[in-house]
Write a protein that binds this ligand. Structure first.
Ligand code: SOE
Length: 354
């Protein structure tokens, strides 16, 4: 039961992303971090001490945390091969959950979960965080108000550089298909797919190319070279709802790029461009008034477009779902598109999406 309107959160997975979620939880009065779970004892102790979590609310076993009646809702930041298990347990214990992307390891897992979810739905949000970048939220409003007219095509890129040979990044779970499912596609491409679905709508077909540039990486402990069996690069073109054409590129080999997720939307009345590295700006080429000349400008995005992603989770848990909240359905659809992209890359054919 939620006490005094404050939702007690159980956080599963205390790796890198946990810090971002801890910060977001701490910024919202309606949320309180009340339990932690990780298999890494040291990390559990360190973060447990930092957060002042009592010993009995520090779990090694995720089922114990999810089943705990004092935990009102779960935030899950586990590696990709554990996403489905967390979601399955949350369905079993009927616990609201905010789960990181990609939704599952593969589409087969998403389908299995969908069968369980249909019988016993839960409040579920998926961590498609770029929906909460102020410029993306403002762009969504411009699209909704039909200021771009008919949208003809979109260009979506998500470029990172950490995988480039130059940096000699050692072997890690992100390069192991069994744990991660896919490489750049599931990690970064999942965000691109979500952005396209957010701005335009559903995918109807894809034609893709996937590549692993660095086939082996050194294991830091043993010094041995280990095989990389996931993509460093994926590009695809797609047809989306209303015949909008999309061009998508994601790579971990873009030397010079930090965390560059950007979307350009081309409509009959103009074009808008957003880049998460400039979250408070939008590039616009539109007419201010009909009949006037096209104006090129970079606009500052108003503060009203700022929103903590977990605010939507708090509202969801309180049965007050906000428009645009990424849900179980969005996770499922995203995974379906990922699956079709893989099929297309493997067969060299365009694959349709029902
Ligand atoms: C790592 O490449 C990563 O942290 C992704 O896992 C996130 O989803 C992305 O938004 C930032 O980069």
């Amino acid at each position: 039961m939620i006490k005094n309107d404050v939702i007690t959160i159980g956080l599963i997975g205390l790796g890198g992303m946990a810090n971002a979620h801890r910060k977001m939880v701490s910024e919202l009065e309606q949320l309180h971090l009340g339990a932690l779970c990780d298999v890494n004892q040291e990390l559990l102790k360190q973060i447990g001490d930092e957060e002042g979590i009592s010993q009995e609310k520090r779990f090694h076993d995720m089922e114990a945390l999810i089943a705990d009646p004092d935990v009102n809702a779960v935030i899950s930041i586990v590696p990709n091969n554990l996403h489905a298990e967390v979601l399955r347990l949350c369905i079993q214990y009927q616990k609201p959950v905010m789960a990181e992307k990609p939704f599952t390891l593969n589409f087969a897992e998403a389908e299995e979960l969908a069968l369980l979810y249909e019988k016993q739905p839960i409040l579920c949000m998926v961590g498609f965080s770029y929906r909460y970048v102020p410029s993306f939220r403002y762009a969504k409003k411009i699209v909704e108000e039909n200021k771009l007219g008919t949208i003809r095509h979109i260009a979506v890129r998500y470029l990172q550089s950490f995988g480039a040979p130059l940096f000699e990044v050692p072997y890690a779970w992100r390069f192991n298909k069994e744990v991660t499912g896919t490489g750049a596609l599931g990690d970064l491409g999942a965000h691109m797919i979500d952005s396209a679905r957010f701005f335009v709508g559903e995918f109807s077909s894809v034609s893709a190319l996937m590549k692993t540039f660095v086939n082996e990486r050194k294991d830091e402990k043993s010094g041995e070279m280990k095989n990389v069996d996931v993509d460093d690069y994926t590009s695809f073109q797609a047809v989306l709802e209303n015949d909008v054409i999309g061009n998508f590129v994601t790579t971990r080999n873009a030397v010079g790029s930090g965390n560059q997720h950007e979307v350009t939307i081309y409509g009959d009345y103009g074009t808008i461009h957003v880049n998460c590295e400039r979250p408070d700006e939008i590039d616009v080429c539109m007419k201010d008034e009909p009949g006037e000349k096209l104006v090129f400008k970079t606009e500052k995005v108003s503060e009203i477009y700022q929103k903590n992603q977990l605010q939507d989770f708090a509202d969801l848990v309180k049965n007050n779902q906000q428009k645009g909240t990424p849900t179980f359905y969005d996770g499922y659809q995203n995974q379906k598109v990922i699956e079709r992209i893989i099929q297309s890359a493997e067969t060299g054919k365009t694959v349709t999406i029902d």
